[in-house]
Design a protein around this ligand. Structure first.
Ligand SMILES: Cc1cc2nc3c(=O)[nH]c(=O)nc-3n(C[C@H](O)[C@H](O)[C@H](O)COP(=O)(O)OP(=O)(O)OC[C@H]3O[C@@H](n4cnc5c(N)ncnc54)[C@H](O)[C@@H]3O)c2cc1C
Length: 199
């Protein structure tokens, strides 16, 4: 039902103005990403992040040109490095011998970074533990309560006392937030995957 409501509002906001507004908000968040990852690297975290870039390939020259224009607009918005020149004909197979024949046009998206997220999370946890912070794994937070002594995070394995609490449960944050009287419009969804509850 929640996903139905999300889809309804999503469809209503599929307008040029809504797209521009959403993009501006994403840019606000994304523009600091590279710097923040560089800071993590300085602390020995995210050391596996590689910004070797990716090769974007297309069957059609027109679609490749549209994509290149989009990448250039990202550069203007401070989000990406200058993409490589468009390659076609025999240039692509020379550049990437493993490419199939459907890859007719393409270019390098320079600076695009990627990593193994589970290694990144392991490094984050190790860094926290190295600073004396206790990390409880496989521990489900069921509720958060407040009393004079501070916050109490209730888990299936008992209670954890805390001065502050950061709700970072990703797409699952909404349930606990609603228990706390907070309404967040955060629904699991992505271009090619949705989380649904079986009937
Ligand atoms: C199929 C797919 C592909 C993606 N590909 C990319 C990509 O290529 N590049 C990219 O940048 N982003 C990608 N994303 C998006 C990216 O994964 C998310 O934006 C990111 O993981 C969100 O981070 P988060 O910390 O907010 O939430 P999450 O990574 O979802 O972390 C939330 C954590 O909270 C835990 N949790 C939930 N409930 C509780 C509870 N009650 N108690 C305790 N713990 C709880 C969960 O188990 C989870 O470990 C992809 C997402 C999907 C679904």
């Amino acid at each position: 039902m929640a996903n139905g409501s999300f889809l309804y509002h999503f469809a209503r906001r599929c307008t040029a103005g809504g797209f521009r507004q959403g993009l501006a908000r994403m840019d606000f968040l994304n523009v600091r990403t590279e710097r923040l990852y560089a800071e993590l690297k300085e602390h020995g975290i995210a050391t596996g992040v590689s910004n070797a870039g990716i090769l974007r390939v297309f069957r059609s020259k027109a679609i490749a040109a549209d994509d290149l224009a989009m990448m250039k607009s990202m550069v203007e918005r401070g989000l990406s490095q200058q993409p490589g020149a468009m390659m076609g004909g025999s240039e692509l197979p020379q550049f990437g011998p493993a490419l199939g024949t459907a890859a007719q046009w393409g270019f390098m998206q320079n600076g695009e970074a990627f990593t193994n997220p589970s290694v990144l999370v392991d490094q984050l946890i190790a860094s926290l533990r190295g600073r004396g912070i206790e990390a409880l794994e496989n521990t489900v937070a069921l509720d958060v309560a407040e009393d004079r002594g501070g916050l109490r995070v209730l888990t299936a394995d008992g209670e954890v006392r805390a001065d502050k609490c950061l709700l970072a449960m990703g797409a699952w944050s909404r349930d606990l937030a609603s228990q706390l009287g907070l309404r967040i419009t955060h629904v699991p969804g992505k271009g090619y995957s949705f989380s649904v509850e079986p009937p």
